[in-house]
Design a protein around this ligand. Structure first.
Ligand SMILES: Nc1ncnc2c1ncn2[C@@H]1O[C@H](COP(=O)(O)OP(=O)(O)O)[C@@H](O)[C@H]1O
Ligand SMILES: [Mg+2]
Length: 305
């Protein structure tokens, strides 16, 4: 049996009275693309930071490639690359210096060819000698990614790498992370964008108030009734909604109709055709995919029942 990339058992972390993590149990296999989702304050960064050995757990065990994060710190750290959520950098270093310095942490004194490759892949070559201070936020984010990869770790963890970055950089980060995954790296991505987890991850955990409230494949999660909302409005009063669509109504007023659709079973085009056939004059329409918040509402209300 192969060892898991990450193994977390009975992990608890308290900050004073705040229980940031409550009995987390989680195994991530080698080669997985794993998504850790949750709203702000859920405990995602705390989990990542305990894994990276930056935060001490209150209790529980964490292992990276079977190396205990506390008792076997150096080995665990050597197998793990972490891209932190917060952009932290030494303002006196150039990009290349930052990467050389980071290599030194891992005892790598001749790492130039890999650093060059990272600079090229992350489109940082032109900025190699620029001071970190002079970089845009997006560029700094790419340097953080390069720093996390200087020692070629098999397990790469990215903590909200796309929060606040523009669409273009987000897409290029997705491509880059996908390429890492295709190269055999285990990837763990935390995000609060459902879209991102959907596009990239094979398996998803949802964490809320420090607790794992879901842990399943993307497909399974999608089957939990994840869906879309279709809004149509008309300049003229709406006719009756066809009988077979009645159960899908979320909101109905004289000029506006909002339907809740099931992502797998309902086709937007098909529903629009049915509405037109029933005499709807549609002047405006919008489709809104369920947000992570919608799923939380669904999942937490399921829990409460
Ligand atoms: N250093 C800290 N000291 C005290 N409380 C903290 C600290 N870091 C995080 N917390 C608290 O722990 C909880 C989880 O935070 P965090 O792990 O940052 O969530 P996320 O990354 O999911 O947004 C929050 O209630 C947060 O306020
Ligand atoms: Mg966070």
């Amino acid at each position: 049996m192969t060892i898991p990339a990450i193994s977390i058992q009975a992990l608890c972390k308290n900050y004073g009275p705040v229980q940031a993590l409550k009995n987390i149990n989680l195994k991530i296999a080698q080669g997985e693309f794993f998504g850790l989702l949750g709203p702000n304050g859920a405990g995602k960064s705390t989990l990542i930071n305990t894994l990276a050995g930056l935060t001490r757990p209150t209790s529980g065990t964490l292992e990276v490639m079977s190396h205990n994060v506390i008792s076997d710190y150096l080995a665990a750290r050597a197998h793990l690359g972490v891209v932190p959520q917060e952009i932290v950098f030494d303002p006196f270093f150039s990009v290349r210096e930052a990467l050389v310095f980071q290599s030194g942490y891992y005892g790598l004194t001749t790492n130039d060819s890999w650093i060059d490759e990272l600079l090229i892949t992350l489109k940082l070559t032109e900025k190699a000698n620029a001071n970190m201070r002079a970089l845009s936020g997006g560029m700094k984010r790419r340097v953080l990614i390069a720093q996390a990869l200087v020692h070629k770790p098999p397990v790469v963890v990215l903590d909200e790498p796309t929060a606040g970055v523009d669409v273009e950089l987000r897409k290029s980060l997705w491509r880059f992370v996908n390429a890492l995954h295709n190269d055999g790296h285990t990837i763990v991505l935390t995000t609060h964008y459902l879209e991102e987890a959907e596009a990239l991850c094979d398996r998803i955990a949802i964490i809320d108030h420090g607790e794992l409230i879901a842990l399943e494949s993307k497909r399974e999660l999608m089957r939990r009734g994840l869906g879309q909302k279709l809004k149509v409005s008309s300049n003229s009063p709406l006719p009756d909604v066809p009988a077979n669509l009645q159960s899908k109504i979320v909101n109905l007023s004289s000029h506006q109709l909002e339907l809740r659709l099931h992502r797998e079973h309902d086709s937007v085009m098909n529903i629009l055709d049915q509405l037109k056939a029933a005499g709807f004059q549609i002047d405006d329409l919008g489709v809104e995919t369920d947000s992570l918040e919608d799923i939380f509402v669904q999942l937490t209300s399921e829990q409460a029942n």
